[in-house]
Design a protein around this ligand. Structure first.
Ligand code: ATP
Length: 365
């Protein structure tokens, strides 16, 4: 397997820049998710990596080999890049058995029967489909078909595996099972994996790091827990995880890591984004925002932050409320509670943590 480096990659379709100056370093064996809303450029970036699209500018390297560099007229074809690709449609041949589907790329390469059979068996065992070798793909469930597609990509011993929304066609229950199958596959093979999705829960559950994309740019690339706890900007804060971002005007910076924020009639201690500390002006220009996650806000009768309950959903073990707060009641916070609340009920809230950042950060991008 190989590391992957993208340096200032740009790709336009007509006047539209689908991928804009994207740089990424992915380590050998890493599982990276490309996450972002529809049309943000995820698939285009994957196609550029695979060699189905040629960049307008920038350099792509796989395992130290430059595979695309328009300035030097380098464009290595998809076949020569040796990448495994798994799409949401499984692209299996219905008239071939599972084993033949998996072994077909080896047949095309001209490998002998014995070597092929050995590799097919190993690949099917990796995705726990050994006993299904003689079946037709039409006799398999959607999840099993996707595992055949994974095995087919594994027999080629690719430098990396690219996955484009591979679970999009599966129902919710099967998606969870398959997430585990992908994780097992990653652990067993140590493959470098790049996984495109617009589903943040899927990305959070599987990836070592997530690159959040928006309008052709990478907004932030970090471990899932860092994206969740320390989003770099408003887009990331809103896209990753449940929570709310409230505009705030009264921020007292305590030190490089913490500050105190006025929320309603109460002061809340919060963590602070390093960019924000450097750009203290943001605090005074009305650009500051606080990101509050539901687990950091609790209903407490003694809480000085007051609001009215708009919604109450039982999650098993606890309730999730939507509480409207603010002088003009113009913000809604997702909040956890131990008891059911009435719609319209006036409740007190306690805030145990928050993340303060510049809401305008990256807006010009
Ligand atoms: N071949 C093409 N010709 C013209 N425009 C294209 C082409 N491919 C992609 N685009 C445009 O580039 C932008 C990015 O598309 P892309 O498919 O990369 O987005 P995405 O993030 O994968 O979206 P989705 O999650 O909906 O698949 C979109 O606005 C799309 O319409």
């Amino acid at each position: 397997m190989a590391d992957i480096n993208l340096s200032r990659i740009t790709k336009s379709f007509g006047d539209y820049r689908a991928v804009n100056q994207v740089s990424l370093d992915i380590a050998d064996g890493e599982f990276v998710a490309l996450l972002g809303p529809s049309g943000c450029g995820k698939t285009t970036l994957l196609r550029l990596l695979a060699g189905f699209e040629e960049p307008d500018g920038g350099v792509i390297s796989l395992g130290g080999q430059v595979v695309a560099d328009p300035q030097s007229n380098i464009m290595v074809t998809p076949e020569m890049r040796n990448l495994g690709i798994v799409f949401q449609s499984y692209a299996l041949w219905p008239h071939m058995s599972v084993a033949r589907n998996v072994g077909y790329p080896l047949e095309v390469r001209g490998l002998g029967r014995a070597e092929r059979d050995h590799k097919i068996k190993a690949a099917l065992d990796t995705v726990a489909l050994g006993p299904y070798a003689d079946r037709s793909p039409t006799e398999l469930s959607g999840g099993q078909r996707q595992r055949v597609a994974l095995a087919r990509c594994l027999v080629m011993e690719p430098r990396a595996v690219l996955l484009d929304e591979p679970l999009a066609n599966l129902d919710v229950h099967l998606r969870e099972t398959m997430q585990q199958a992908f994780l097992d596959f990653h652990r067993r093979t140590g493959a470098t994996m790049i996984y495109v999705t617009h589903d943040q829960a899927e990305a959070m559950a599987m990836a070592d790091r997530i690159a959040v994309m928006d309008k052709g740019h990478i907004r932030q690339m970090a471990a899932p827990e860092t994206l969740y706890r320390e989003p770099a900007d408003l887009m990331v804060a809103g896209f990753v995880g449940a929570g709310a971002v409230l505009p705030i005007s009264n921020v007292s910076i305590t030190d490089d890591r913490t500050c105190s924020v006025r929320l309603g009639d109460t002061d809340v201690a919060a963590r602070i984004c390093p960019n924000f500390v450097r750009n203290r002006a943001a605090a005074h220009a009305g650009q500051a925002g606080i990101c509050l996650r539901p687990e950091d806000v609790w209903v407490d009768d003694a809480g000085a932050l007051r609001g009215s309950v708009e919604d109450c959903v039982y999650l098993g073990g606890r309730f999730r409320l939507s509480v409207r707060i603010g002088q003009d009641r113009d913000h809604v916070l997702p909040v956890y509670a131990n008891r059911r609340a009435r719609i319209g009920e006036n409740v007190g809230l306690k805030v145990s943590d928050g993340w303060v950042f510049d809401r305008m950060q990256g807006e010009a991008a």
